[in-house]
Design a protein around this ligand. Structure first.
Ligand code: PMP
Length: 406
């Protein structure tokens, strides 16, 4: 032990770190499912160690992360502009390719203007905290993504939570609210539950109480909308959604995020959003990959058709097997198992059988609602999915998980 380790052992600030042993215990028990090291591209199959695994835990809904056209665009952008921008959009980090991307995103979302951020998480942090000031209110679904919650926490307004995808609950909260600016923020598709926001009722309630609506389309881009352009378009409500937020890390096969809105809102955010102003801009490779992904998503609607074919195939078969798939109606399919330990055992079974899925346990979900999160891609073949379904069914039966829920 070094002198430094000795000092660290006495510092009160690190008490919590020394007491945190959960992950070490899980590793010792062979039930640690996180930070798995993938040694290949994010595709329908991945390599972990020496093992080829079927990927049912990726957010690459369009299956574009390993597409030769997207990779070529990223390589060419790196050759032209270099590997990084060495600064914030605000100062030295704006390239012509960022402007081109913002124009393309605004057009894709049918909005006047768009602003690009370096991650999806930062997009929510930077947008919500800039808009919700001390005399304002932000209304959030209780299942909204962590980045939305943290964006609210960084703002100085009052945070009001409403019941999950429950416009009546939202309306009750809006009714009781004092005067002030109001922003409602919902996920378009909920990242764990896989249900679609009830946008028609939400925008109605918003209109009645003078609230603006922001939709986080992280899981809806590519998936919903006539051109894969998200939840608002899916419901024909683009004009009534004030801010469309999206990430590049899922269907857009890259990393980063954006908001699309009126020119007035975007101009304000460009000069007030700290997560954008004080952080370096997305790399040229990231921006180019998104531009090419948008083109492909628009030109190849058959990808979205195949994605929905795959989603329904999995959803319907898993339900027939007796799984509780909760509220899912999209390519995100939770298998609600209940007990954390049962989920870890099931995860281990599937991992050993070559199926990559993600375990989601409490406190990330309410107690006794632990689940296996399955997500499908447009590029999965029927053969791959049939194999996964056979293994999932066999595993659940062997572990006695199905009997509890049918
Ligand atoms: N919003 C939602 C709904 C998400 O699921 C995520 C990430 N999973 C984010 C925002 C953050 O996006 P990113 O990973 O691109 O930072």
């Amino acid at each position: 032990m070094s002198e430094h380790d000795g000092k660290e052992n006495t510092l009160q600030i690190f008490d919590k770190c020394r007491k945190f042993t959960t992950s070490l215990e899980a590793k010792r028990a062979g039930l640690y499912p996180y930070f798995r090291m993938i040694c290949s591209a994010q595709d329908t199959e991945v390599i972990i160690g020496k093992k080829r695994m079927l990927m049912l835990g990726s957010n690459s809904y369009m299956g574009l992360t390993n597409d030769p056209r997207v990779k070529k665009a990223a390589i060419e952008a790196t050759e032209k502009y270099g590997s990084g921008c060495a600064g914030s959009r605000f100062l030295n980090g704006t390239l012509d390719i960022h402007i081109k991307l913002e124009e393309r995103l605004a057009q894709f979302c049918d909005k006047e203007s768009a602003l690009v951020f370096t991650t999806g998480f930062q997009t929510n942090l930077g947008t919500i905290s800039a808009l919700v000031g001390k005399d304002d209110f932000v209304f959030i679904d209780k299942c909204d993504h962590a980045s939305i919650i943290d964006g609210c926490r960084l703002g100085f307004g009052k945070i009001v939570k409403f019941g999950h995808n429950n416009p009546e609950s939202l309306e009750g909260k809006l009714k009781g609210c004092e005067p002030g600016g109001k922003l409602i923020v919902v996920d378009g598709v909920y990242s764990m539950e896989g249900d679609i926001a009830r946008l028609p009722q939400i925008v109605e309630a918003a209109q009645r109480y003078g609230a603006a609506v922001m939709v986080d389309d992280a899981h809806s881009i590519g998936v919903l909308g006539k051109r894969g352009n998200g939840t608002a378009d899916h419901f024909g409500l683009t004009d009534r959604v004030d801010i469309i937020m999206g990430t590049f890390s899922k269907s857009f096969a890259s990393i980063g995020g954006f908001v699309a809105s009126s020119s007035t809102v975007i101009e304000y955010l460009k000069h007030h959003s700290r997560a954008m102003i004080f952080s370096a801009s997305p790399t040229p490779a990231c921006a180019a990959a998104v531009l090419t992904s948008i083109d492909i998503i628009e030109k190849e609607p058959e990808r979205r058709e195949k994605l929905w074919h795959n989603a329904y195939k999995m959803l319907n078969t898993l339900k027939d097997m007796g799984f509780d798939t909760g509220l899912s109606e999209t390519p995100i399919i939770p298998l609600i198992i209940g007990d954390n330990m049962d989920v870890f055992r099931f995860w281990r079974y599937l991992h050993d059988a070559g199926i990559f899925v993600n375990p989601i346990v409490s406190p990330a979900v309410p107690p006794n609602q632990a689940l296996i999160r399955i997500s499908v891609m447009a590029t999965h073949t029927d053969k791959q999915l049939d194999r996964a379904l056979r293994i999932i069914n066999k595993g659940a039966k062997e572990l006695g998980l199905l009997t509890k829920h049918v």
